[in-house]
Design a protein around this ligand. Structure first.
Ligand code: SER
Ligand code: ZN
Length: 510
């Protein structure tokens, strides 16, 4: 956590050659002396404004040719050269206005940014958007930008610098172990099982691998266990706390992930969703024909005929926020408690797949609450208390709780911790006796005002709206419970058994 605070600002030098393109030739109307005078005054005032003494930007070369005022600006990080240029455009506009000449636009001839890259020698940057050339030499990183006026308006140079700072941050965190701080540890519990529960359940026919990767078809027995776990969550926590059920979308459009921050980092793990470019059957006839004569699905042909529109549910709560997007709510309806259990979540786990513990397709109840800052924090504590009762009194498992990198930062590809201790994620982990490894099986997070801000949700009083969420993975709860207690009902705690009842035997195979 301290690394972030110790970070000192990067040294930067900017060199920008640009021209202000005017609506008419300046020759004969604006004198060189007028221009020289304006440049001198900008160099002392306008381009130093907001910077510490001796710092800021400076026009080091200028000349007027027909309808163009050509400028070469150098600067430090205090008044970045592109900001200087935008200030100059206005100021020159005033002078030219007196001569009934306007500024039509800005042409960028060359924009070079040199950054101090001293400590980051190990970090190589090969490609960046809006950059045509990168020179990385010991101690410095030089970028030749490929930007026009609209890119300056969109603050692309600032965002590039921000991106590089993020890359440095990420590199600093890499190699360090992930943030993890023990908050609570339950008492030790006797284990009744030392095998991998998924393997055992496969033998008993409680589930089967599905056709997709990291996906199972759950048989009646395991499904009954999932439903029992869900009922415990409902009876012990959601219902007594006044939760209402909602149905959140399971296809997530890009606009949601832009607002939630997932668009910054979700790419290697998303399940992408595509729609046909047209639903005209004629457009698809070649694909249909190909399948009919080969019995193979022609993926390459399909790829050319579809377009990506988003992905499958990943974090579960982000698409909820569209319900409130742009709305103002009266304070007196707070706090609000809702949950969703309407469908699956997807993560491309690649090589990490393992039984029902790590899947590409999984089932989760997403618990979501919002209120004032104080209500949100208080409610997280109430949830934590109730979860402990469930794990201690009903499931009788051995678990621990740890303070970790918040899920919403991790999912944006960020490391570290949220700035304040009030915002963040508590992970719940349980030991799997068969491997000795700890498995994260749920979390409780206070997300601060991140979501209300991202989706422009406001309170009537103007006070900040906060929210939190807690994901209860049914496969993970089951994996932990079954790994510690085994598959035989006689070893299960009485309270759990009474909820689950008899496990049905439906299928037999020859
Ligand atoms: N949305 C949170 C997460 O993805 C809780 O489920 O971890
Ligand atoms: Zn969530």
């Amino acid at each position: 956590m301290t690394q972030q605070n110790e970070k000192k600002p990067m040294d930067m030098e900017f060199e920008l050659k640009a021209a202000l393109k005017c609506s008419a030739t300046l020759e004969g109307s604006v004198s060189q002396a007028d221009i020289d005078e304006l440049v001198a005054s900008c160099n002392t005032n306008l381009l130093k404004r907001g910077a510490p003494p001796g710092c800021g930007a400076e026009i080091v070369k200028w000349n007027v040719a027909e309808d163009k005022i050509k400028l070469k600006i150098v600067s430090d990080r205090f008044v970045r050269a592109h900001d200087a240029l935008l200030r100059l455009k206005k100021e020159f506009g005033k002078l030219l206005g007196k001569h009934r000449i306007g500024i039509r636009g800005i042409e960028i001839e060359k924009y070079k940014i040199a950054l101090d890259w001293g400590e980051e020698e190990g970090l190589r940057v090969r490609n960046l958007p809006f950059v045509k050339e990168i020179k990385q030499e010991k101690g410095s990183l030089e970028l030749l930008l490929d930007v026009d006026e609209s890119a300056l308006d969109k603050r692309i140079p600032d965002r590039l610098i921000r991106l590089l700072e993020d890359k440095i941050d990420a590199a600093r965190w890499k190699g360090k172990s992930e943030h993890w701080e023990l908050l609570f540890e339950s008492e030790k519990k006797p284990y009744h099982f030392d095998k991998d529960p998924t393997e055992e359940m496969l033998k008993r026919g409680w589930l089967q691998h599905a056709a997709g990767r990291g996906q199972y078809v759950y048989g009646p027995q395991l499904t009954k266990i999932f439903r029992a776990l869900e009922k415990i969550l409902l009876d012990e926590l959601l219902t007594p706390l006044g939760y209402n059920e909602m149905i959140f979308p399971k296809f997530v459009a890009w606009d949601v992930w832009k607002r939630s921050g997932h668009a910054k980092g979700i790419y290697p793990e998303a399940y992408y969703v595509c729609t046909p470019k047209t639903r005209d059957p004629e457009y698809w006839e070649d694909v249909m024909d190909y399948f009919k004569v080969t019995n193979e699905v022609p993926l390459d042909m399909i790829m050319g005929k579809i377009e990506n529109v988003g992905g499958m549910c990943y974090a579960q709560c982000p698409p909820f926020w569209v319900f409130l997007q742009g709305k103002i709510m009266p304070d007196e309806i707070l706090p609000i408690y809702v949950f969703d259990r309407s469908g699956t979540s997807y993560r491309y786990e690649s090589g990490g797949l393992h039984g029902i513990e790590r899947l590409d397709e999984f089932h989760r109840v997403e618990v979501l609450w919002m209120g004032t800052k104080q209500q949100t924090i208080e409610h997280a504590k109430e949830l934590q208390k109730r979860y402990r009762t469930i794990f201690h009194d009903i499931l009788d498992i051995e678990w621990r709780e740890a303070w970790v990198t918040p899920w919403f930062m991790a999912q944006e590809g960020k490391a570290g911790l949220a700035e304040l201790r009030e915002v963040g994620t508590t992970d719940y982990e349980a030991v799997l006796p068969y491997s000795g490894k700890w498995l994260e099986f749920q979390n409780v997070s206070v997300n601060g005002n991140k979501y209300p801000k991202g989706f422009s949700v406001k309170l009537q009083s103007g006070e900040e709206l906060w929210s939190g969420c807690s994901g209860v993975g049914l496969e993970r709860w089951a994996a932990v419970f079954l790994a510690q207690k085994g598959l035989d009902a006689e070893n299960w705690p009485e309270k759990f058994s009474s909820v689950v009842g008899e496990l049905p035997e439906v299928f037999k195979f020859l």
